[in-house]
Write a protein that binds this ligand. Structure first.
Ligand code: HEC
Length: 154
């Protein structure tokens, strides 16, 4: 009896290990799909990073980088020298209430507002590839930041 019970336990443990190995392998496949170089999300992030430092959206010559330094990862500065927080957790604190707008604003809405105000340009429509790319980029620099909608910028 003891031998049989030990054997059964051994088989069960073996099956559990096999199941674990199988699910880890399946998880690894799913991860490698989403992290493959050149996959659509990675491309959107890369496009957003380029737009951030180069695109003027037909405005006054400013880019995002003019006010938001280091790709948004460092504290920013307005042309008149006033300090701005970084954008490191921006994707984690929107939507938030904007006193200026008198409304709850999404990250996309804030980016469009900066294109209109900060760049003096024409904001691309919500959901357009350029706006998706900019918000995907902002999401990528906020990886690991605690979601804290309505929270304070860092
Ligand atoms: C002329 C300066 C200027 C430029 C250029 C600019 N911004 Fe801003 N940005 C600001 C200011 C000032 C704020 C603070 C909130 C406000 O007053 O709208 C801000 C706030 C933000 C926020 C919210 C930060 C937070 O955590 O509260 C995001 C996101 C943002 N900007 C993204 C962008 C992006 C993307 C671009 C380029 C398309 C850009 N900004 C260009 C000045 C600028």
């Amino acid at each position: 009896m003891t031998t049989l019970r030990t054997l059964t336990a051994g088989v069960a443990a073996g099956a559990a290990v096999l199941l674990l190995v199988a699910s880890v392998a399946a998880g690894a496949d799913a991860d490698s799909d989403s992290a493959a170089p050149g996959d659509p999300l990675t491309q959107a992030v890369a496009r957003g990073q380029t737009l951030f430092s180069l695109e003027t959206f037909g405005g006054n010559g400013n880019t995002c980088e003019t006010c938001h330094s280091g790709g948004g990862k460092l504290p920013g500065m307005l042309p008149d020298g006033r300090q701005l927080p970084s954008l490191i957790n921006a994707a984690a604190i929107f939507p938030r209430f904007s006193r200026g707008a008198g409304a709850v604003v999404t990250l996309e809405g804030q980016v469009r507002q900066c294109i209109r105000g900060g760049l003096g340009g024409s904001p691309p429509p919500a959901g357009s590839p350029d706006l998706v790319a900019l918000t995907a980029y902002l999401g990528s620099i906020a990886l690991g930041q605690a979601v804290d909608i309505g929270g304070a910028p860092k």
